[in-house]
Design a protein around this ligand. Structure first.
Ligand code: GRF
Length: 211
């Protein structure tokens, strides 16, 4: 399967997915990287590997004519790069609704807390972990879910639960959650690439099945 990864930051989840493609755990390869900024750490990594990088939506310094429109992005993914699976791995910008429709049940996001808690607009990065720690929550962990038109509201496929030691800072929690992300995200991507995700009728939760 052809995988497109959307990033805005370091891209450590992208690298974890790439590693799983290399070992054969994931039957696919990263064919395209979409970034909201050329300064994102993962961009250099992609370029070093000759993976094409697309800037979307592009900064204010871009002329209108240089910008990619939502429908052009859709075209690029579907027809030019023949993308089967889209992964949001720390991408901080809005996904155009038409992309959500094109890749319905084919687009995954990783969120660093146990959704539906600690999610939604503006809840990303360090803010999430600070909110978790300040709430006194005893457990946290990453959530992998399908993407729909509302932030962090798509169908959940997997969560990893880790206990929080009350002495931990938000940074410590972030570090531990990220470690779990690097395991659970490739696992779900592998299942999606193999069509091994089914939806429970009662609540729409995605369940990974063995084939
Ligand atoms: C991760 O914590 C992910 O859950 C969140 O953004 C972060 C991305 O980290 N959506 P990286 O760019 O994959 O290192």
């Amino acid at each position: 399967k052809n995988i497109a990864v959307f990033i805005s930051g370091g891209g450590s989840n992208m690298r974890a997915v790439h590693a799983a493609c290399e070992t054969g755990e994931i039957h696919g390869q990263i064919s395209l990287v979409v970034t909201s900024s050329y300064n994102a750490g993962g961009v250099e990594w992609a370029m070093d590997r000759d993976v094409p990088v697309l800037l979307y939506p592009g900064g204010k310094d871009l002329e209108e004519s240089e910008r990619i429109s939502p429908s052009e992005l859709n075209e690029f993914l579907k027809n030019e790069y023949k993308i089967d699976v889209v992964l949001l791995a720390g991408y901080l910008r809005l996904i155009p609704p038409e992309l959500c429709r094109t890749f319905e049940n084919k687009m995954l996001n990783i969120h660093p807390a146990l959704l539906p808690a600690f999610g939604g607009r503006g809840m990303h990065g360090a803010k999430v972990h600070e909110a978790v720690v300040n709430s006194g929550a005893r457990f946290t962990g990453p959530t992998v879910h399908f993407v729909n038109e509302n932030f962090d509201e798509g169908k959940i496929v997997a969560q990893r639960i880790i206990g929080i030691d009350p002495s931990w800072t938000a940074e410590e929690v972030a570090r531990r959650v990220l470690k779990e992300e690097h395991e659970v995200f490739p696992e779900v991507v592998a299942a999606l690439c193999d069509d091994r995700i089914e939806f429970r009728e009662t609540d729409g939760v995605g369940v990974i099945i063995d084939k």
